[in-house]
Ligand binder design. Structure first.
Ligand code: THU
Length: 140
């Protein structure tokens, strides 16, 4: 997928499903496998705060649990604006735990899109967000 607009839209759409009554910060993610499938995720909070999970890990764990293990890109968007907002979102980047979880399956070359609207995103590599990441190769 050269143009990531479809992936950006999938992340924006997934954000509408976010369950974030405590932080009121709603996050959506969409991960693209190398065979062209898109898996989406949102953050799912919990009254016992530590039991919540971020959108990025929801997406990658959904994908792996359905048989995909190689990925090209992930799109992420977040903000405390209304879930249906069509205005531009603030730039949101994956937390440290999610960077590590993604590194397991994407490595340095995974493209990370920090999406603000379906036409605006910042494109990075996971290796830039997580330098000298610890991954499967370290245990080989
Ligand atoms: N969150 C994500 O889902 N992804 C991120 O990249 C940053 C943080 C969630 C976790 C929590 O539900 C809320 O945003 C506030 O931290």
């Amino acid at each position: 997928m050269n143009n990531y607009k479809e992936l950006a839209r999938a992340a924006i759409s997934a954000r509408r499903m976010a369950y974030a009554p405590y932080s009121k910060f709603y996050v959506g993610a969409a991960i693209l496998s190398t065979d062209g499938q898109i898996f989406t995720g949102c953050n799912v909070e919990n009254a016992a705060y530590g039991a919540g999970i971020c959108a990025e890990r929801t997406a990658v764990f959904k994908a792996v649990s359905e048989g995909a293990q190689e990925f090209e890109a992930i799109a992420v968007c977040g903000g405390n604006a209304d879930l249906d907002v069509s205005a531009e979102l603030p730039l949101t980047s994956p937390c440290g735990i999610c960077r590590q979880a993604l590194y397991e399956f994407g490595g340095d070359e995974l493209t990370v899109l920090l999406v603000q609207s379906e036409d605006k995103w910042t494109e990075m590599k996971l290796g830039e967000l997580l330098t000298l990441g610890f991954g499967p190769k370290n245990l080989a």
